[in-house]
Design a protein around this ligand. Sequence first.
Ligand SMILES: Nc1nc2c(c(=O)[nH]1)N[C@H]1C(S)=C(S)[C@@H](COP(=O)(O)OP(=O)(O)OC[C@H]3O[C@@H](n4cnc5c(N)ncnc54)[C@H](O)[C@@H]3O)O[C@H]1N2
Ligand code: MOO
Length: 381
Amino acid sequence: MVEAMSWEAARRVAAANARPLGAVPVPLPEALGCRLAGPLRALVPVPGVDVSAMDGYAVAGAGPWRLAGRVLAGGAAYPGELADGEAVEIATGAPVPAGAKAVLPYELAEAGAGLVDGPAEAGRHIRRRGEDIPEGAAVLGAGAEVTPVVLGLAAALGHDDLLVRPRPGVLVLVTGDEVVHRGLPAPGRVRDAIGPFLPGLVAWAGGRIADTLHLPDGPEPLRAALAAPGAEVVVVCGASSKGPADHLRAVLAGLGAEVLVDGVAVRPGHPQALFRLPGGPLVAGLPGNPFAALGAALTLLVPVLRRLAGTPAARESGALAGPVRAHPRDTRLVPVRRSARGAVPVGHDRPGSLWGAALADALAVVPPGWDGEQVELIELP
Ligand SMILES: Nc1nc2c(c(=O)[nH]1)N[C@H]1C(S)=C(S)[C@@H](COP(=O)(O)OP(=O)(O)OC[C@H]3O[C@@H](n4cnc5c(N)ncnc54)[C@H](O)[C@@H]3O)O[C@H]1N2
Ligand code: MOO
């Protein structure tokens, strides 16, 4: 019998067997949530030219000034240079005419009969070219997450596309003749509780669902789906254990897959496994029990997706505030809610039910034989 790998080792093996995907340029909206593959540079300075920071009058020399025209943002620039003693009415964001020394806001101006006067200190209310962001500046480094704000910044700097690590594609295979996908399950049937949580979990970990297939039990449908997955990662739900309908290992062996993890010393989630198909795609086998599948997804799938997408792994620890019995050989994944007193176990943590995980905001990682206070906390999506 193959000995189950420790939970820590399984997570390490998962990350170590995934290589960040090559950089690709993608249109701004699609880059949301990805990681930059190189520095984000300013293709243009901000502002692009010297512009007014206020609505008012651009003035040259000493006042009072004679009104010589008007410039609006997006309109024609003032032709030529403003001579001493001249002013133009100007809008916020409009290019300041050459020769202007300051902008006098309307609130400070006395205007009438073609003249304007007021206090205009040299340089006031003019935003100089490149003052906010100089042209060519590297404003964010490789690996930064593309957040909604980064999309705005990238657009301001002239980008239509961003060079990012693409989201790895995930093919989901939900197996089991007893599994149904709509309505009330008849006696002997069970609603699929894993397929519905995978899209959110996969997106949260930096991936995207390429396709979801519901397969009947039997080796053939699995073999057909795994022979040409068309995705960087395949997730198989169920068929991970040793029952008569659990064909995953035999099918993968027939396809020449390499076994990376075969069983993990963790509760729940013992029968989880990780394989590499010839040609590169990784296959994560999640147990059919839904909470076991969630724990396995956080152990094997999330580290794989984070690594492929170039997302650094976040580590968090905290004190357990509540009684938890460690297991002598296996790591336990315990649903907890973080609070000021520490991480409080929420109960309802049977492998077949997501109740506890739905009440929780993290899973506490309780190593075998543990009797301390601090534990690692893995965030739930
Ligand atoms: N002889 C052994 N039997 C079992 C072992 C073992 O080591 N030796 N491990 C047990 C553990 S632990 C788990 S977990 C399960 C894993 O089973 P499989 O991954 O093979 O999955 P199934 O047998 O198909 O289903 C198990 C259970 O989960 C329900 N299920 C399946 N898919 C879904 C789904 N998408 N949504 C909700 N529920 C699902 C299924 O109806 C079964 O009740 O094996 C134990 N047995
Ligand atoms: O460990 Mo199974 O994966 O608990 O129910």
